[in-house]
Design a protein around this ligand. Sequence first.
Ligand SMILES: C[S@@+](CC[C@H](N)C(=O)[O-])C[C@H]1O[C@@H](n2cnc3c(N)ncnc32)[C@H](O)[C@@H]1O
Length: 261
Amino acid sequence: MFILLICLNNEANLMFWYIFFSIIGLIIILILIFGYPRKKNERIPCIEGLDDPGVTKAFEKMTKFLPFKMLYRKILSKLKKFQPNGLLVDIGCGSGNLIVRIAEKFQNLELFGVDISEDIIQLAKQRALDKSVDEKIEFKIGTAESLPFSDHSVDFIISTLSLHHWSDPLKVIEELHRVLKNNGTLLIFDFRRDARKFFYGLFTFATKIVVPKALKKINEPLGSISASYTPDEVNEIFSQTTFQNIEIHPYLAWMFINGKK
Ligand SMILES: C[S@@+](CC[C@H](N)C(=O)[O-])C[C@H]1O[C@@H](n2cnc3c(N)ncnc32)[C@H](O)[C@@H]1O
């Protein structure tokens, strides 16, 4: 009985320290995030390296890490709120990380993935095949500036982590507007350059220490966040286009942009 009491006591002690250190850890993280101001740096356009097989492979490796998985989960739960149906196109679909998940989760959609890189489209096709959703998705090589769709033909456009690579975002947005049906929906997810400094610390650490060599060479993922836009800049870009009906939802280091045609 006495031993049992000591054990219980030890367990209670352990639980106490576990909760204590968790709270201290959380407070330190919150201080690190909110104690430093947002970054104010000039945009540095970023060369897309996904047509280099080494970079493609390295990017694939990175997407297996938990933060990426959490990211796609967050985007999927955002997408669910829009209850998409009809034809959904993923612009800059990369190796299909998102669109394959969409195919698995949403049954009622006709799906297209478009990307500028031929190699990455091959990977996306392979991923769809591996996950047995290859019959649900069609992949096309194409640029966001000139999409392989007719006017007013698409119900939903999604694009993740691609906006900061578009060399002419105004032209792309006009193109998205052209292909969307009236009342069609646009959902873009990207980093925001004016992220909390903490995230620049994380991205610098990842770029210099964590990521495979091929990504270090092209300064990723730091290059991507430095090439991204601020919510104000996104607002300014859209204001110069026909796409007027948009909302920007900024978060700590990323943002969602959604709009209706
Ligand atoms: C960082 S990857 C993101 C891939 C994917 N959306 C994801 O979230 O995993 C950016 C992708 O955008 C594509 N891309 C860049 N510029 C593009 C353009 N102008 N038109 C179409 N795709 C483009 C690249 O080839 C690359 O696959």
